[in-house]
Design a protein around this ligand. Structure first.
Ligand code: GLA
Length: 389
């Protein structure tokens, strides 16, 4: 990799916490010794292991007084915009660009020494129809669509390339069985669409950019093996790819820790590092669905699948969620030399997409901070684990 984020950001965080930059919320007096006690945060506990990220939304990057922003500044060393850079939101019509939220995002991450992640250049979902069509409504030729993809990468590079150094280049282009997902991209471009996307990204983004392939369900043997084949082929052709993005939209049982470990071993064998890009643990479960296919029809909320609808997460449930997170982070620690970043998809439970997927209108509890911004026991246990390691 051109730039080692882990060490750059670890040194920033260590300087802030240990060289006198401590704010009152990280230092207190130890009554027995009168010497200061460092209260670890997520990013300080994992500073020499990997970046710890969260997603931000338009509101948070514009409203710096929000309590979630305070949490982000205190606990996170990386950030991803949840929607603002997706093609549909960023560039909904041919000449219409929504720069405000991404501009706020790069300002916020720069001011706070947070590693900014670009999400996402090319994805079959949340991409407007006009992208694939000419002015008469006819499907574009392969060359014309590749050119449109190039224009998007050029614009991102010109406006955000100095700040955003990690990019999800292609998202979710594979099915569970490892076959190529049928999308407008491969319908128009052909089966080399992923390869073409990486060629474009490597030519247009700055040379020190970190280019990722990102997907859910990465423990599925079919998808896992195709990702490895894809990486190996790109490497053989000298096409730049710098990491494997494992989304990590998991639930309380699935995937098992050993399935995750098996997939990590396989990914690491390619020589590329892993980025955990979208971690959350679906406490309420997702019934028959596994993975994060946003195209499915949602189920209906019932008292059985939505037991804590009042927003209060019981202590026993917090304990169970913490057990699962501790198991997951034990594994991340074991593989820390091959993991560059662990990003949570959200900050507090109220802004999680799992309140609406795969069951519409639930009150879910997948993250480490409660709806009111208070810290779950699960958070404290994850911090303790990192501090003790
Ligand atoms: C996928 C995408 C994300 C987000 C999540 C759910 O995993 O990569 O951008 O849409 O689904 O919110």
């Amino acid at each position: 990799m051109g730039l080692n984020f882990r060490s750059v950001f670890a040194s920033i965080i260590v300087s802030v916490v240990f060289l006198g930059g401590c704010s009152s919320d990280v230092v207190s007096n130890n009554p027995s010794s009168h010497s200061p006690v460092i209260h670890q945060t997520l990013k300080s506990a994992y500073a020499d292991k990997f970046l710890i990220g969260a997603t931000l939304n338009d509101y948070l990057v514009a409203n710096h007084n929000d309590r979630s922003v305070a949490i982000v500044k205190q606990h996170f060393s990386a950030a991803t915009m949840d929607n603002a850079m997706k093609w549909e939101v960023f560039n909904p019509q041919p000449e219409t660009y929504n720069f405000t939220a991404p501009d706020n995002f790069v300002d916020f991450t720069t001011e706070n020494d947070i590693a900014a992640v670009g999400h996402v250049l090319y994805w079959h979902s949340q991409t407007p129809d006009w992208v694939y069509k000419d002015q008469q409504g006819n499907l574009l030729s392969r060359e014309a669509l590749l050119n449109r993809m190039r224009q998007r990468a050029k614009l991102m590079a010109a406006r955000y390339g100095k700040t955003i150094k990690i990019w999800d280049v292609v998202n979710e282009a594979l099915e569970d069985d490892g076959s190529l997902r049928q999308s407008m991209y491969n319908q128009i471009i052909g089966d080399d669409f992923i390869e073409q996307a990486f060629i474009i990204a490597s030519q247009e983004l700055p040379a020190d950019s970190v280019l990722l392939y990102n997907d859910y369900g990465m423990t599925r043997p079919g998808r896992r093996d195709t990702v490895i084949k894809l990486v190996t082929e790109l490497q053989a052709k000298n096409i730049k790819i710098d990491g494997i993005g494992v989304q990590g939209h998991w639930d309380m049982q699935r995937p098992s820790i050993s399935e995750i470990a098996t997939s990590f071993d396989a990914f690491i064998a390619t020589g590329l590092p892993i980025h955990i890009t979208e971690l959350d643990v679906d406490y309420l479960g997702r019934e028959e669905f596994f993975g994060a296919n946003v195209d499915i029809t949602k189920l209906v909320a019932t008292p059985q699948n939505n037991p804590y609808a009042d927003g209060q997460f019981p202590a026993t449930a917090d304990q169970e969620l913490g057990d699962r997170y501790v198991d997951i982070f034990k594994l991340f620690l074991k593989y820390h030399q091959n993991i560059e970043r662990v990003t949570f998809w959200g900050v507090t439970d109220d802004n999680s997409w799992l309140n609406g997927w795969p069951v519409a209108g639930r009150t879910n509890y997948p993250l480490l901070f409660n709806r009111d911004g208070s810290e779950k026991q699960a958070l404290k246990r994850v911090i303790q684990l990192g501090s003790d390691y």
